[in-house]
Design a protein around this ligand. Structure first.
Ligand code: ZN
Length: 292
């Protein structure tokens, strides 16, 4: 079975409902490896990354990106994820948090906390970005994202996110998004709500079914049509030139202070991928000279 991560776009009942089915196992696994995350942190980050892939999947402008921030006041701290058409990356303040299971499941809601906000910033390459923000409803992320879609995008949505993770590995991760279009018959929405309990099984199902098979299985009788399938990956776009710009943005005073203080220059770490960038005192001096 081809097990690459993918975002599958589909419709139901001649376009009355638009949907996305995402397999994000490798993406969530890579996030856990990079951040050495505990099971519950990997689960929270994996769900947020899958949600970010959902938000990014509908960006049409070239070069557009979306940033999802979940800040619920829980022990995990803040989750920040960035996505564009084909890739996502993310981080969490404290990836080492460990909590007891709740009803046999990873307690993502408690780790994230529910006293705070979920925000979405879409950089559509226009002058000002689109910003949407909602209060968290559970900290479990799927319900919070559904709440965001209704409140901020006026788009009633069914969101399900699932992940199977231990402290060592992510064995499966995925999500499904269903959005009834204007004029969608009530009976169809009822049908989907009736079937919604099975969507919670997405992580288990994706262990042995492809996203396409799952779409055909779950939406049998509702004329599912697959429109397209695009690859998804955990990828960071950091680079030395970008880090150099970040240093330049600190300003002349701060650069001067760094040159005076640091014996061996400076080391910058990308928080999305942990790649390290070393700048010698001479490098810093060159950046300062060019900035002035
Ligand atoms: Zn990076």
């Amino acid at each position: 079975m081809d097990n690459a991560d993918t975002v599958l776009h589909f419709t139901l009942s001649d376009g009355a409902v638009r949907g996305l089915m995402i397999r994000s196992t490798q993406t969530a696994r890579e996030a856990q490896r990079l951040h050495q995350a505990s099971a519950v942190a990997a689960a929270a980050l994996g769900r947020a990354l899958t949600g970010t892939a959902m938000l990014a999947a509908t960006l049409k402008e070239p070069g557009a990106s979306v940033t999802l921030t979940v800040d619920g006041g829980g022990p995990l701290g803040r989750i920040i994820c960035v996505g564009d058409g084909l890739s996502v990356r993310g981080l969490v303040t404290d990836p080492t948090v460990r909590l007891p299971l709740r009803d046999g499941k990873l307690d993502v809601g408690r780790a994230v906390g529910a006293q705070g906000r979920l925000s979405v910033v879409k950089d559509l390459r226009l002058k000002s970005p689109y910003i949407g923000q909602v209060q968290l409803v559970s900290g479990e992320i799927a319900a919070d994202l559904a709440h965001y879609y209704v409140q901020s995008e006026q788009s009633p949505s069914l969101v399900s996110l699932g992940i199977a993770a231990s402290d060592e590995d992510v064995t499966s991760s995925g999500g499904v998004l269903l959005q009834p279009m204007p004029g969608c018959p009530d009976e169809l929405i009822d049908q989907l709500e009736l079937r919604s309990p099975i969507f919670g099984e997405i992580a288990n199902e994706l262990k042995h079914e492809t996203p396409e098979t799952l779409v055909n299985l779950w939406f049998q009788g509702l004329t599912p049509v697959v429109l397209s399938q695009v690859p998804l990956a955990y990828r960071c776009h950091c680079s030395r030139p970008r880090m150099r710009s970040a240093l330049r943005a600190l300003g002349a005073e701060e650069l001067k202070r760094m040159i005076a203080d640091e014996v061996n220059g400076a080391e910058l770490v990308c928080h999305f991928c942990n790649r390290k960038y070393a700048f010698t005192t001479q490098d810093l001096q060159k950046i300062l000279d060019r900035a002035q």
